[in-house]
Design a protein around this ligand. Structure first.
Ligand code: NCD
Ligand code: ZN
Length: 354
C-alpha cells in the first residue's frame, strides 16, 4: 500500500450549470474521489458560461449543495468582461481564455480582445490558455510582453513542449499541463477508441503522432502538472452526426500513472510533484489538512466504463489493463471513498477560494 497526498486536478469540465445530463457537481466530484482526486478546478465553458458575478454565483451555488470534494471555479474571458473580472477574481480559480477551436461559446480570435485581459486580470492568479501550436507561441509572447504568468492547458505537440522549454529557460513566466490521453494515446489509437463511431476519437487538442507523444515523455521535466481535461459527453452525443470533442479522465488518471510507474517510465515523486505540489503553487491553493489517499500498487484490473462514477458512460481506455488501484481517500479527516464506495456526502466539498 502506498499513501499519497490527495491529488489536485486543475482542469475539469463539471458541466453544471446547464448540461447536467453529461455530468454535474455531484457526479464529477464522485468521479474525482474515486480517482484519488481531492480538489478540482472547474472550467467555465458551461451553459451559460461563467463570465461574471451572477454566473459565478450560479456555479458556486450548485457546487455548494452538491460537491463531495474541494474545488474552485474558473472564470471565462469574454469579449467584454475584462473590466469587471478583477473585482471577482479572488473568488475564482483563475481566468481561462479559449484562443483555439473548442466546445462552447468562449472563443476569442481577435488579439485586441486578449489585451485587456492580460492588462487587467490580477497578476497573482495565472491566466490559463487553451492555445495550440502557433497560437500558443502568441500566448507565450503575451506573457512576456505583459510580464505576467500564463499556464498552457493540455500541451499535446512536440513543437509546443520544446517552445515552452525554451521560454522557461529565458525566464518567461509560463507553466504547463499535460493530460493522460496525450501521454498514453496517439493518432494510431483512434480506430480502437472509435469502434466504428468516429466521434469517440474526437478531443481538443487532437491526439498527437507517436513523435509528439515521445517528445512529451522525453520532456517530462518541462511539464508542471498532470491535468485530466475531464470533458464528459454522453455516448449518444459522441456517436451523433455532430460529435462534441472531449474524453472523461478523472477515474483513469492515477491508474494510468501508477501503471507507468510500474513500467519504469515515471516515479511516484513525479505524481506528487505534478498532481499536488506544482498545481498548489501555480494556482495558490491551500493545503488540505488530514487529507491523503491510499493505493494498492499491486492490484491489476481492467478499466471498464460501467465501473465508473462519471455520468457520461464511456471511456477511451475501455478494456485497458492497469496496475494500481485507489483503495481509500481521506478528505479533511473524513473517509470520503473506500473499497469502491463514495462515503463523502453531497455538499461536503469546500470552495477553496471562499
Ligand atoms: C472540452 C469540452 O468538452 O468542454 N473538450 C475537449 O475536447 N477538451 C473543451 C476544451 O477543453 O477545449
Ligand atoms: Zn478542457
Amino acid at each position: 500500500m502506498i499513501r499519497l497526498p490527495g491529488l489536485i486536478d486543475p482542469h475539469v469540465h463539471v458541466r453544471e450549470p446547464g448540461q447536467t445530463h453529461k455530468e454535474d457537481w455531484d457526479t464529477a466530484t464522485q468521479s474525482a474521489l474515486a480517482g484519488g482526486v481531492t480538489m478540482i478546478l472547474a472550467m467555465p465553458n458551461t451553459k451559460p458560461p461563467i463570465f461574471d458575478a451572477s454566473t459565478l454565483e450560479l456555479a458556486l451555488e450548485a457546487a455548494g449543495h452538491k460537491a463531495r470534494c474541494d474545488y474552485a471555479q474558473f472564470l471565462g474571458a469574454g469579449p467584454d468582461n475584462a473590466d469587471l473580472l478583477p473585482s471577482i477574481a479572488a473568488k475564482a480559480a483563475g481566468l481561462k481564455m479559449y484562443l483555439d477551436s473548442t466546445f462552447g461559446e468562449l472563443r476569442l480570435d481577435d488579439m485586441t480582445l486578449w489585451m485587456p485581459h492580460f492588462t487587467n486580470y490580477p497578476k497573482e492568479y495565472p491566466i490559463v490558455l487553451h492555445s495550440e501550436s502557433r497560437t500558443m507561441a502568441a500566448g507565450i509572447l503575451f506573457a512576456a510582453i505583459y510580464d505576467r504568468p500564463v499556464h498552457i492547458a493540455h500541451v499535446s505537440l512536440k513543437e509546443e513542449i520544446l517552445l515552452i522549454k525554451a521560454a522557461k529557460e529565458r525566464g518567461i513566466r509560463v507553466t504547463c499541463e499535460v493530460c493522460p490521453h496525450h501521454l498514453f494515446l496517439s493518432k494510431e489509437d483512434i480506430l480502437a477508441i472509435s469502434q466504428s463511431h468516429p466521434g469517440r476519437g474526437e478531443v481538443r487538442p487532437r491526439l498527437g503522432t507517436k513523435e509528439d507523444v515521445e517528445a512529451l515523455w522525453q520532456n517530462l521535466d518541462v511539464v508542471d502538472c498532470f491535468a485530466t481535461d475531464h470533458a464528459p459527453h454522453t455516448l449518444e452525443e459522441k456517436d451523433s452526426e455532430n460529435p462534441p470533442p472531449g474524453f472523461p479522465g478523472l477515474e483513469t488518471l492515477l491508474p494510468l500513472l501508477l501503471t507507468a510507474v510500474d513500467d519504469g517510465r515515471l516515479i511516484i515523486d513525479d505524481i506528487v510533484q505534478k498532481s499536488v505540489v506544482n498545481p498548489r503553487k501555480i494556482f495558490h491553493l491551500p493545503e488540505q489538512p488530514e487529507t491523503w489517499i491510499e493505493v494498492d500498487e499491486h492490484v491489476e484490473y481492467e478499466i471498464r466504463a460501467q465501473d465508473e462514477f462519471t455520468r457520461c458512460g464511456w471511456t477511451p481506455f475501455e478494456g485497458w489493463r492497469v496496475k494500481g488501484k485507489v483503495t481509500k481517500v481521506v478528505l479533511r479527516g473524513k473517509t470520503a471513498f473506500e473499497d469502491g464506495k463514495i462515503l463523502a456526502e453531497s455538499g461536503y466539498g469546500e470552495n477553496v477560494r471562499k
